[in-house]
Design a protein around this ligand. Structure first.
Ligand SMILES: NC(=O)c1ccc[n+]([C@@H]2O[C@H](COP(=O)([O-])OP(=O)(O)OC[C@H]3O[C@@H](n4cnc5c(N)ncnc54)[C@H](OP(=O)(O)O)[C@@H]3O)[C@@H](O)[C@H]2O)c1
Length: 356
């Protein structure tokens, strides 16, 4: 372990200039466990971070980070405990496995390895037990390095909302319609001429990701093998002219009649290991229920939670056509709970539990 003088673990960040990379930089500033040591870039390699980045966040970019140089992706002489990755999936495929084989724990937002049979796909409050496959992965790689992933941003919101419901009832079918913010497409992402005054009813590969990833997350790990949760999932994904925050309209079919008050109670009381362990990035409540008829809304609810942006807001929870069906809307901040915040919370959990 390469602790700095404050006793913090050193981290490297792949994709530091991107929409998710910037969230990492912001959330790692003055973090109590981790210190950002190395910034990696691609077209920005060789420049100072302050010069290369188009800083999108309302917070000030810390002076010491502004002055840091961005390195070309390289494991040579790298002296860190953890590597966070916010690379495009195409680059992640090649780069993340290289870092893992060189002995680094890689915690990734990219989709490249999410469905790999030896790679955990984890939301810290939902399926932390899936981390147990890491030892088998290490044996397969023949090193101390490994890859752990977090889900796609829409999947994070959906799986978190489904978890307390699946604690009570068997969910048989999910139909979800998403309205996804432009920051979900990265920076510069979707052209303004395409998205202003418009809705685009297609996001490449997103609908398959929501189905496949949710089934894996809600599933079980048995003898180092993932068994999917058996549920039909139909997703339709739309890009809308909102800066941050994905809204999802969800319809569920369950195997028996549902007690709506019991479901609400279970959601309100839902916590996971991060809350029990009081981890720095854990919101007191991962799920918040609103009773107004017109919430959640991205403008008002994207920064919900005691750690802003780390709670998913659920609203309009009601029966569908009968008492075996439910309807609700949810809102997840895509670059915080849906990306950097989810991985950071995972890193905190993995540190406390001795995985890193
Ligand atoms: N945006 C979201 O809400 C969100 C949510 C969940 C997951 N994700 C996932 O997180 C990842 C990053 O997304 P993003 O939105 O931050 O993308 P982005 O804004 O396009 O940023 C991409 C970053 O990757 C770097 N990069 C690009 N090609 C590279 C290469 N070949 N080798 C090394 N670095 C390279 C870029 O560096 P330079 O600037 O130096 O070229 C930039 O820092 C993606 O896999 C995405 O699917 C995004």
């Amino acid at each position: 372990m390469v602790k700095d003088e404050m006793g913090k673990m050193k981290v490297a960040l792949l994709g530091a200039t991107g929409a998710v990379g910037q969230r990492f930089v912001d959330m790692l500033n003055k973090h109590s466990y981790f210190e950002l040591e190395t910034l990696f870039g691609y077209s920005s390699a060789g420049k100072r971070y302050g010069e290369a980045v188009n800083w999108l966040l309302p917070t000030e970019l810390p002076e010491e980070i502004k002055e840091k140089n961005i390195s070309a992706v390289n494991t040579k002489d790298l002296d860190v405990d953890i590597v966070f990755s916010s690379l495009p999936s195409s680059a992640a495929k090649e780069v993340e496995i290289k870092f893992a084989k060189e002995g680094f724990p890689v915690l990734s937002n990219a989709s490249a390895y999410r469905l790999h049979e030896m790679v955990p796909l984890v939301i810290p409050e939902v399926n932390p037990e899936h981390l147990e496959v890491i030892d088998a992965q290490k044996r397969e790689l023949g090193t101390e390095g490994f890859i752990v992933t977090d889900p796609n941003c829409s999947t994070v919101g959906l799986s978190l909302a489904l978890k307390p419901i699946t604690n009570l009832y068997r969910v048989e079918k999910v139909v979800v319609n998403t309205l996804q913010a432009v920051s979900g497409a990265g920076y510069p992402g979707v052209s303004s001429l395409d998205i202003i005054d418009n809705v685009i009813p297609y996001i490449e590969k997103e609908e398959e990701k929501i189905g496949n990833e949710t089934r894996k997350i809600l599933g079980r790990l048995e003898n180092n093998s993932f068994k999917d949760y058996n549920v039909k999932i139909h997703a339709s994904c739309n890009r809308v002219p909102v800066k941050d925050g994905h809204l999802e309209n969800v319809y569920l079919e369950l195997s028996e009649k549902v007690d709506l008050d019991e479901v609400k109670e279970e959601i309100r009381n839902f916590i996971g290991e991060p809350q029990k362990l009081k981890l720095p990035t854990a919101p007191e409540k991962p799920l918040i229920i609103r009773e107004e008829k017109d919430r959640p809304q991205p403008r008002f609810d994207k920064l919900a939670g005691s750690v802003p942006g780390m709670s998913v807001t659920i609203g309009r929870l009601r029966y569908g056509k009968n008492e075996k069906t439910l309807l609700f809307s949810l809102l997840v901040h895509n670059t915080i709970r849906g990306a950097a915040g989810c991985v950071l919370l995972l890193a905190e959990l993995m540190k406390v539990k001795g995985f890193i």
